[in-house]
Design a protein around this ligand. Structure first.
Ligand code: NAP
Length: 329
């Protein structure tokens, strides 16, 4: 039986719990499993025999989880095979996820995470610990939410040299830019509406200044292209100074503007770029889209939802099945 601990019980952690509560769906892939602990910043619910996911979700709806073991106590004292780490991203320190992930890998459990911070700060170190301990570190959910990208590039395109990866890695920016394209409204007007619709977070600067895209690009460069990149290697320009007039001029010539993140041997860059109106990367709305350029398969294009509770949880579940599932599919 597989024992799972969910560390971080916000949107993504609860999304994972909702999917795992559907045993009929998941057990046919991975066999029997139990979630032995869920933890938020203040408390936890745990039992070596497995907890009720429905009760945990209900308890969280009422506020914080009951005071119990802290996340570190769960990691140090409990027996589990795989940790799902879904605490908030901090790309400066990687914490608290970095400490959680190191401790889990060091005790010999697999880790699946949606948290970019630890990977931006310490990808190589974490990958080395995982290799030494013979466990998996899986992070499909860190980039492009539900959009298959990491496993696609690393496994399905095995044998290829990936020469560049470029695309749209932030749905909020794409939503703003595609509405500017269609309605010629100002950046600030659309941003205000996006906040009201909760498409953009109150603190949107990570998105619109290109920082979120750059963090994802660093993970891609290191994990998929074998680079040894850090955040400071990325040239970053955000979307805050794009005007409706810029769209006017671009569109007269058959182009639109998108925030493009690109990793190639020439370097790493995130910046607004002209994209031909009928190019696959000219997607609209909150979609993410990526063009992978390889030597053998040539171009591979993928598009999908870059965020959302269940969408992101779907990527975590796909990692879980990748670790434990029958690989004959
Ligand atoms: N939401 C998305 O669509 C999406 C998409 C891709 C990636 N991600 C990434 O996935 C992660 C989770 O996102 P989210 O949307 O679920 O965030 P969220 O709703 O803010 O949830 C974060 C959870 O982590 C908990 N937490 C904070 N510090 C903790 C600690 N030391 N120990 C245990 N739990 C701790 C929080 O506790 P409290 O509940 O007590 O505050 C909360 O339950 C983030 O790194 C995010 O960047 C999210």
């Amino acid at each position: 039986m597989i024992k799972i601990a969910i560390l971080g019980f916000g949107a993504v952690g609860q999304g994972v719990a909702e999917i795992l509560a559907d045993r009929e769906r998941i057990e046919r892939w991975i066999g029997r499993y139990e979630v032995v602990a869920v933890a938020d910043s203040k408390g936890s619910i745990y039992s070596e025999d497995g907890i009720s996911l429905k009760n945990a979700i209900e308890a969280k709806k009422m506020g914080n989880l009951p005071e119990g073991k802290s996340t570190m106590e769960i990691i140090e004292e409990m027996d589990f095979d795989v940790a799902i780490e879904a605490t908030p991203t901090n790309i400066d320190t990687g914490e608290p996820g970095l400490t959680h992930i190191k401790a889990c890998l060091n005790k010999g459990s697999h880790v699946i995470t949606s948290n970019k911070g630890p990977l931006v700060v310490a990808y190589r170190e974490l990958a080395e610990i995982a290799e030494r301990k013979k466990v998996r570190l899986a992070f499909e959910a860190t980039i492009g939410g539900a959009m298959p990208l990491i496993k696609l590039a690393k496994r399905d395109l095995a044998g290829n040299e990936i020469t560049s990866i470029k695309g749209i890695l932030n749905g909020t920016c794409n939503y703003i830019l595609s509405r500017m394209e269609q309605e010629r409204l100002s950046y600030n007007q659309i941003l205000g509406e996006a906040k009201e619709l909760r498409i953009a977070e109150a603190n949107v600067s990570y998105d619109v200044e290109g920082i979120d895209s750059a963090a994802k690009l660093v993970i891609l460069a290191n994990a998929v292209m074998g680079m040894n990149a850090t955040f400071s290697d990325v040239e970053i320009v955000g979307i805050t100074s794009i005007t409706p007039e810029a769209f006017e001029i671009a569109m007269e010539k058959g182009y639109t503007i998108r925030l493009i993140a690109e990793a190639s041997r020439e370097g790493l860059r995130v910046s607004p770029r002209l994209v031909p109106l009928h190019h696959p990367l000219a997607v609209r709305g909150t979609f993410n889209a990526v063009l992978i350029q390889t030597d053998l398969a040539k171009e591979v294009f993928v598009i999908g939802r870059g965020a959302g509770k269940i969408e992101t949880a779907s990527a975590i579940i796909s990692d879980l099945i990748d670790i434990y599932g029958d690989r004959t599919y």
